[in-house]
Design a protein around this ligand. Structure first.
Ligand SMILES: Cc1cc2nc3c(=O)[nH]c(=O)nc-3n(C[C@H](O)[C@H](O)[C@H](O)COP(=O)(O)OP(=O)(O)OC[C@H]3O[C@@H](n4cnc5c(N)ncnc54)[C@H](O)[C@@H]3O)c2cc1C
Length: 461
C-alpha cells in the first residue's frame, strides 16, 4: 500500500508529492492529461521561441515560488516596466508614466497623465479608497467571518459600484481586478463584493505579482518536478473515483486500475472535482461548494516579434483601458529585448465571445487590435498564437475559480475541510496568493503537511 496518492500533476500536486517524498513517503501521482503541469505549461513555437501558455510571472512576495525556482537552479529576470505604458480611453490612446506605488496610481498609471478630467480622477480615487477600506476589514483566513460579511457577500461588485453612482472611469480599476488582476476571469456582476475584496486582501496587486519572469518560461518548473518523480508519475490517467474506509483509500482511474493508499491529496481545480465519485459521498455542503465555484474564462495571447520594438519608442508594452478584446498586454521579452514578446489576455465575457469565432476571425481581431495599440509593426508579428483555457478538458478555465455571490457565507466552512483521508490542494485552497503559482505551492505544501500529521510523522524525519 502506498503512503499517498496525489490526484493532479499541476504545480500544487507536484509540490505536494515532492514534499511527501522528501519525508520518506511512497507516493504516486495520477494525472489525467498526457503531460504534467496543468496551468503551468510552456510551448516551443514554430519560430523557435518558447512561451508560457499558462502562468508566467512571479511576484515580489512570492517567497515559496522564488525558493522553488532557486532550488531548481532556474534563472529569473525582472519584468520590463521602464518607460511608458499605453492607456486608451474614449477612443484616445495615450502613453503615460507608471507610478511607483500602486496605491497612488490609477491602474499602475500616474493619474495626471491619463485622458481623464480632474473630476473623474477624484471620483476614481474616492471609489478606490472605499474599496481599500473593505479590503482591510476582510478576514483573509475566513472571509465569511468578516464584519458585514453577509451583506457584502450578497451584493455583487457591480451593484456595489452602481450604488456609489460610479462613473465608467471609476469602475474601471475594479473591473480590471476582476477580469485579470488578482484572480481573474470574471465580470463584476458574477461575484460578491466580499469575494472581490478578499482577492485583494490575500493577493494584493500592490505587492507586484508580475514582478519577474523565468528565462525559458515558467513551464520548466513543472517539467523539472515531473521529471524528478520518474515512474511515480502516471500521465494519461484520469481519476474517476475515490473510496475509503478504516483500512485505507482506493483511487480508481478510468481504465479501472485501483491504487491503494493511506491518504489522498486531490490537487485539481474545484469544478473538476465534481467529476469524481466519492465513497462515502462528500457532505452536501462540499458538493454545493463545488457547484458554486466555477472557473474564470481566459484566453492567453502571445505575439512574437524580432525585437521588443516598443521599447525603442520609450514604451514598455503595458496596455490598459478601453479595448475591443485585449484586457491587458505586457512585455514578456527577455532582458536583451530579442525576441520581442507581448503577452495579452482576453478575459471573462469577452473570452467567451472570442471563443465563438473561427480562427481566421480571431486572428484578424487580434492583429487589428495589436496594430491599433502599438502601431503597424505590432500588426506584423513573426508568430501569433492564442490559447483558450475554457477548452482545456481537465481545467475548464482560468486563471482560477471564483465563488458565486452568497457562497462564502453559506459554504465557507467546506472550503478547506478534509474528507476523511482526502485532503485538498490546488491554488484555489490557498490562504495566501490563491489563483497564483505561489498559492498552488503553499496549498501543495499544506496538504503534504496535513498528510504527514495525519500519519503521525514529522516533516524533518
Ligand atoms: C493563462 C494563465 C495565466 C496565468 N498567469 C499567472 C502568472 O503569471 N503568475 C501566477 O502566479 N499564476 C498565473 N496563473 C495561474 C497559475 O497558472 C495557477 O494558479 C497554477 O498553475 C495552478 O496550479 P494547480 O496545481 O493548483 O492547478 P492546475 O495547474 O490546474 O493542476 C491541476 C491538475 O489536475 C489535473 N486533473 C484534473 N482532473 C483530473 C482527474 N480527474 N484526474 C487526474 N488529474 C486531473 C489537470 O490535468 C491538471 O494537471 C495563470 C494561469 C493561466 C491559465
Amino acid at each position: 500500500m502506498l503512503d499517498a496518492v496525489v490526484v493532479g500533476a499541476g504545480l500544487s500536486g507536484l509540490v505536494a508529492a515532492r514534499r511527501l517524498r522528501a519525508a520518506g513517503q511512497t507516493v504516486r501521482v495520477l494525472e489525467a492529461a498526457d503531460t504534467a503541469g496543468g496551468r503551468m505549461r510552456r510551448r516551443r513555437l514554430d519560430c523557435g521561441v518558447t512561451v508560457d501558455l499558462g502562468g508566467q510571472w512571479g511576484g515580489d512576495t512570492h517567497t515559496r515560488f522564488e525558493a522553488l525556482v532557486n532550488a531548481l537552479d532556474l534563472e529569473r529576470f525582472r519584468s520590463f516596466y521602464d518607460g511608458e505604458g499605453l492607456f486608451r480611453w474614449r477612443g484616445e490612446a495615450r502613453q503615460a508614466r507608471l507610478g511607483a506605488d500602486f496605491d497612488d496610481t490609477l491602474l499602475f498609471f500616474e493619474p495626471g497623465d491619463l485622458p481623464l478630467s480632474a473630476g473623474e480622477r477624484a471620483e476614481a480615487r474616492a471609489v478606490e479608497q472605499r474599496f481599500r477600506q473593505l479590503v482591510e476589514q476582510v478576514d483573509p483566513d475566513e472571509p465569511w467571518r468578516s464584519p458585514d460579511a453577509v451583506a457584502l457577500d450578497t451584493i455583487t461588485a457591480s451593484a456595489w459600484l452602481q450604488g456609489l453612482g460610479a462613473s465608467a472611469a471609476a469602475q474601471l480599476p475594479l473591473q480590471w481586478l476582476g477580469r485579470v488582476g488578482g484572480s481573474g476571469g470574471f465580470e463584476l456582476h458574477q461575484v460578491s463584493m466580499l469575494h472581490l475584496a478578499w482577492t485583494q486582501a490575500v493577493a494584493p496587486q500592490r505587492e507586484a505579482p508580475e514582478g519577474w519572469l523565468l528565462r525559458g518560461g515558467a513551464g520548466q518548473v513543472a517539467e523539472r518536478l515531473a521529471a524528478d518523480l520518474g515512474p511515480d508519475l502516471h500521465t494519461g490517467c484520469p481519476v474517476v473515483a475515490i473510496a475509503q474506509d478504516d483500512g485505507g483509500a482506493e483511487v480508481t482511474t478510468d481504465d479501472g486500475h485501483r491504487h491503494r493508499c493511506r491518504s489522498v491529496v486531490v490537487a485539481m481545480p474545484p469544478n473538476q472535482r465534481q467529476r469524481l465519485r466519492f465513497d462515502p459521498p462528500l457532505p452536501p455542503d462540499q458538493i454545493a461548494l463545488h457547484q458554486r465555484w466555477p472557473m474564470g474564462a481566459m484566453v492567453k495571447v502571445l505575439a512574437v516579434y524580432e525585437r521588443a520594438f516598443w521599447r525603442d519608442d520609450g514604451g514598455n508594452g503595458l496596455t490598459l483601458g478601453e479595448r475591443a478584446w485585449l484586457e491587458l498586454t505586457a512585455d514578456s521579452s527577455p532582458p536583451e529585448a530579442e525576441p520581442g514578446v507581448l503577452a495579452g489576455f482576453i478575459a471573462a465575457d469577452r473570452a467567451l465571445a472570442f471563443g465563438t469565432m473561427n480562427p481566421a476571425e480571431q486572428r484578424a481581431c487580434l492583429l487589428a487590435e495589436l496594430e491599433s495599440l502599438w502601431g503597424p509593426r505590432a500588426g506584423r508579428p513573426i508568430e501569433l498564437i492564442w490559447h483558450d483555457w475554457g477548452s482545456e478538458p481537465w481545467t475548464g478555465g482560468a486563471f482560477t475559480a471564483f465563488p458565486l455571490p452568497g457562497t462564502w457565507t453559506t459554504l465557507g466552512d467546506a472550503w478547506r475541510r478534509p474528507h476523511g483521508r482526502v485532503v485538498w490542494a490546488g491554488t484555489e485552497v490557498a490562504r495566501r496568493w490563491p489563483g497564483y503559482f505561489e498559492g498552488a505551492i503553499r496549498a501543495g505544501e499544506a496538504a503534504a503537511e496535513a498528510v504527514l500529521v495525519r500519519q503521525g510523522r514529522s516533516m524533518r524525519r
